[in-house]
Design a binder for this molecule. Structure first.
Ligand SMILES: NC(=O)c1ccc[n+]([C@@H]2O[C@H](COP(=O)([O-])OP(=O)(O)OC[C@H]3O[C@@H](n4cnc5c(N)ncnc54)[C@H](OP(=O)(O)O)[C@@H]3O)[C@@H](O)[C@H]2O)c1
Length: 266
């Protein structure tokens, strides 16, 4: 591939001239933000996309733009998946396995960031449970559906540098909850999962990667106060204007007490 892409390349630019007819993708969290745009771009290039979403009533209208963009045989279907419930995860996996249609790529995109303390239905801290454990359970169960030479892409974040996983206290039972430490831990887990999945399945030609998708203003900071969001945006903007790398954006953000990142170790 001779094309060079950079931080501002769009999904459509990357897929320009590529026909994905006959290719099938699973995207978690296709109802918003990066997952929605990924689905739109893939179906507009002919791919069949299964969007796994936690709220079908919200996702149906939210993904109208994806269906409108479909061309060259591209299509979108939705399936219910609440990553914060292992029962829902297994039900989704069972349905996909019963359907039996293979995937050329799985994109583990869904996520929550810096939420107030909460637990998943199964009692795990909500960011670790949603971002990592739900995906871990889902993807390992449906791994037989991933074709030989298939791809797994796990959306991580540069925030993974903020904290390692704490296997002694993954649910913040022995320490004060910090929403950013919890997010960082979950993103470290996302990255390590991709590394290990890649190692375990490379004999089938499968490649797994975790990615930092860049900084995009999506619904991700939905728990921020307007003041905290404003501060984060100013930090990102200042870093962009000074021409610095995305890494510096996250590091600067991590130093900002007002956006609650002060305890990050990055
Ligand atoms: N945006 C950035 O700058 C940025 C930077 C670094 C990493 N990331 C990563 O990129 C990924 C996508 O984030 P985004 O920015 O597109 O955020 P977003 O707009 O908030 O989208 C997140 C998606 O995840 C879904 N989701 C949340 N909890 C779920 C659950 N329990 N079960 C199933 N789906 C669930 C949401 O569903 P609803 O629509 O129902 O809420 C939504 O579709 C995340 O993993 C995030 O950590 C983003």
């Amino acid at each position: 591939m001779a094309e060079k892409f950079g931080a501002k390349s769009t999904a459509d630019e990357v897929l320009s001239g590529i026909n994905l007819k006959g290719k099938r993708f699973l995207i978690t969290g296709a109802s918003s933000g990066i997952g929605l745009e990924t689905a739109r771009s893939l179906v507009s290039h002919g791919a069949s996309v299964v969007g796994a979403v936690r709220n079908l009533a919200k996702a149906e209208p939210a993904t109208a733009s994806v269906r409108d963009a479909a061309s060259q045989g591209g299509s979108l279907e939705l399936i219910n998946l609440d990553l914060a419930s292992l029962q829902s995860v297994h039900a989704c996996a069972d349905k996909l396995l019963a359907d039996g249609q293979p995937f050329d790529a799985i994109i583990a995109n869904a996520g929550v960031m810096a939420t107030p303390f909460g637990r998943t239905i199964d009692g795990f801290e909500v960011q670790f449970g949603t971002n990592h454990l739900g995906h871990f359970a889902l993807i390992n169960q449906i791994e037989p559906l991933l074709v030989d030479n298939g791809r797994l892409v796990v959306l991580s974040s540069l925030s993974h540098r903020g904290a390692d996983i704490d296997l002694d206290d993954p649910n913040f039972e022995q320490q004060a909850y910090d929403p950013w430490v919890a997010y960082s831990r979950s993103k470290t887990a996302n990255s390590l999962f991709a590394v290990e999945f890649n190692r375990r399945h490379r004999d089938r030609g499968i490649r797994a990667a975790s990615v930092m998708p860049g900084n995009s203003l999506t619904d991700l900071p939905r728990h921020f106060s307007p003041e905290d969001l404003q501060e984060l945006l100013q930090t990102v903007d200042a870093a962009h204007r000074s021409g610095s790398a995305a890494e510096r954006v996250e590091r600067n953000s991590a130093g900002s007490r007002n956006v609650g990142l002060g305890s990050s170790r990055s």
